[in-house]
Design a protein around this ligand. Structure first.
Ligand code: SF4
Length: 198
């Protein structure tokens, strides 16, 4: 089985599923099999809740104060595992928890999952990727119609229930698109992180 817990740069990550409801043109999964300490992040079979929890319990988090849910898949596609694993990370390992997500978890799970997330997730980073629906569809190729608006709605719900919420984009976007993303960030009061492409 692929690594469930792996280190990359200064953080520890949980790779809880390979399932995803997007097919982003830039997805790192099409470029290499693993990141950081993990030779591969492709599971031969998606891990069970028990396997993820065991991996967290058995990992030495010495020197780390946060666990980031982010791997070769969208964590909210394995919501029950995400919620239970985050609870264990907080209660048993005294860690902060961060969710990196494409923001389509409400659509995926057919309900508003933000109240449940807010109990066990301290910060959320949502991939904005584009300033409008048309460009978002082209870049992320989501499974759902109207996904941009659904992602924005999810971000606003997170803003209202979770202390630390950010959108992220990569600095390869055209300058005009970056400005429009900044405007959306200002209009919604959701911080925007512009990551350097590497
Ligand atoms: S949402 Fe994330 S895991 Fe899914 S295709 Fe896009 S970049 Fe890849």
């Amino acid at each position: 089985m692929a690594d469930i817990i792996y280190k990359y740069k200064d953080s520890v990550y949980a790779n809880i599923t390979n399932k995803c409801n997007c097919s982003c043109t830039f997805c790192i999964r099409s470029l290499k099999d693993g990141i950081g300490s993990a030779d591969t992040l492709w599971h031969t079979k998606n891990p069970t809740k028990e396997e993820v929890i065991d991996a967290i319990r058995n990992f030495d988090f010495d020197g780390f104060n946060e666990l980031v849910f982010c791997g070769y898949g969208e964590p909210t596609c394995a919501l029950d595992i995400l919620l239970e694993a985050a609870k264990v990370a907080k209660e048993e390992k005294n860690l902060k928890t961060r969710l990196n997500t494409n923001g389509l978890g409400n659509e995926e799970n057919k309900r508003n999952i933000v109240p449940e997330l807010s109990k066990v997730i301290d910060s959320v980073s949502i991939s904005l990727n584009a300033p409008d629906s048309l460009k978002y569809q082209e870049v992320t190729r989501p499974s759902y119609e109207g996904a941009f608006d659904k992602m924005v709605d999810f971000a606003k719900k997170c803003r209202d229930h979770i202390k630390d919420v950010k959108w992220s984009i990569v600095d390869v976007l055209p300058e005009e698109d970056i400005k429009r993303c900044q405007k959306l960030s200002e209009d919604t009061g959701i911080k925007l992180r512009i990551r350097h492409f590497s």
